[in-house]
Ligand binder design. Structure first.
Ligand SMILES: [Zn+2]
Length: 389
């Protein structure tokens, strides 16, 4: 079945196309052009979204749950509920993100998540429009005690290649991202090994001084996790890890744009430092996302949610941010256009983790995963593998 979609404009996201013609066949993008270049093929159904913008589906590489589900505990049969919730916020793919938990519980969770990822990759999800888990992000257990945030200290582990391999085997190779504090003894070997296995190694939850952060980049680190949060603070004479993250163009970096984790002015500084190609937006969302205030689980951690702020023992514990809200916040906190803001939620994360052939981009050959945005960036509809219109 061929379907041709059009709207007022489309973000690829690096380019804007007026009156696009996006032709989808078997869940993939077959052709993309402007409607003036070409009329809709006679054998395709034409879907016109009117005065809207088509953008690639958002790709959240740091997400712990939502709609009441915690990814450390959720069973494969519960995941569609989360996937449908995320799709209503424009997300089409995500990395299921762990927290530091006892080793056995972590390995069990990794096996379950690998099942869900493999099942999603081999089926067409029926007719359900839902975001899919595309990989696993290990946030821990190799984190700094000093900058652990709410990750329980008893679950933090000194990095070794053996332990990394145990996690890797439990996840059957579905670990695509690793957040690690480079200053802990043993971290550099794990960074090098993970990079060799094509894992996006991200420095974070770290008290590293700048030279150590630079060594991590030499060892294979390519990204930074929730810049500013759970990091040694920036000082103009002792820049530390943040100085390296903001100044080194070899690193992409992500930030939580909820206006709570990082002040809007600092978000603006971050966007200027990393630029349109390297800034990535994440939510760090927990199970409470899309739910009323109350008490929720984040792996082994109990989190209190009040007025949209998630805390545990006085520390910030993830967020209830959604990707569509984060996109709008970027346009409010900075002079970035909606297209720039979309790029930092789609192509930039996909590139950072090596997924940009199929995800985060609207181009022939990519999965037909896109969202239909109002002129102000509200999600009106999300199309996954060409379905859901
Ligand atoms: Zn997190």
């Amino acid at each position: 079945m061929r379907t041709a979609f059009t709207a007022r404009r489309l973000f690829t996201p690096t380019k804007e196309i007026d009156r696009p013609l996006l032709i989808v066949e078997d869940g993939r993008i077959a052709e993309l052009s402007a409607i003036s270049d070409k009329s809709a093929p006679v054998n395709a159904t034409l879907v016109d979204f009117g005065d809207t913008t088509l953008a690639p589906g958002f790709f959240d590489i740091h997400m712990h749950g939502g709609a009441g589900l915690d990814l450390m505990r959720a069973t494969p049969s519960e995941l569609p509920r989360l996937g449908k919730f995320l799709a209503t916020h424009g997300v089409t793919g995500y990395f299921a993100t762990t927290v530091a938990a006892p080793m056995d519980a972590t390995c069990t969770a990794l096996g379950r998540l690998a099942d869900a990822i493999e099942a999603g990759a081999s089926s067409n999800n029926g007719d359900a429009v839902q975001a899919r888990p595309l990989g696993i992000h290990l946030e821990g257990p190799f984190l700094s005690h000093k900058r652990r945030g709410v990750h329980p200290p008893e679950n933090l582990v000194t990095p070794t290649v053996e332990i990394f391999d145990r996690l890797w085997q439990a996840a059957r190779g579905q670990v695509k991202m690793l957040t690690i504090a480079p200053e802990i003894p043993g971290a550099m070997e794990v960074i090098a090994e993970a990079a060799k296995r094509k894992v996006c190694v991200s420095i974070g939850h770290s008290d590293a001084e700048m030279p150590i952060a630079k060594d991590a980049v030499k060892a294979g680190a390519r990204h930074a996790t929730h810049t500013f949060n759970a990091m040694r603070p920036l000082d103009h004479r002792e820049p530390g890890i943040i100085g390296e993250v903001l100044s080194d163009d070899q690193l992409t970096a992500d930030v939580i744009v909820d206006g709570i984790h990082v002040a809007p002015e600092v978000v603006k500084l971050f966007l200027r430092a990393k630029g349109h190609e390297r800034a990535v937006r994440i939510t760090d969302a927990i199970s409470a996302t899309g739910m009323p205030d109350g008490r929720y689980q984040l792996g082994p951690i109990e989190v209190d949610v009040k007025d949209g702020k998630c805390t545990s023992g006085g520390s910030l514990a993830g967020s209830v941010l959604t990707m569509d809200r984060a996109v709008r916040n970027v346009t409010q906190f900075s002079d970035w256009t909606l297209r720039d803001a979309v790029q930092a939620a789609t192509l930039n994360p996909a590139r950072a983790v090596g997924f940009s052939d199929h995800h985060g981009i609207l181009a022939p050959g990519a999965d037909a995963n896109f969202t239909v945005l109002s002129p102000t960036g509200e999600v009106l509809k999300t199309i996954i593998r060409g379905r859901g219109f």
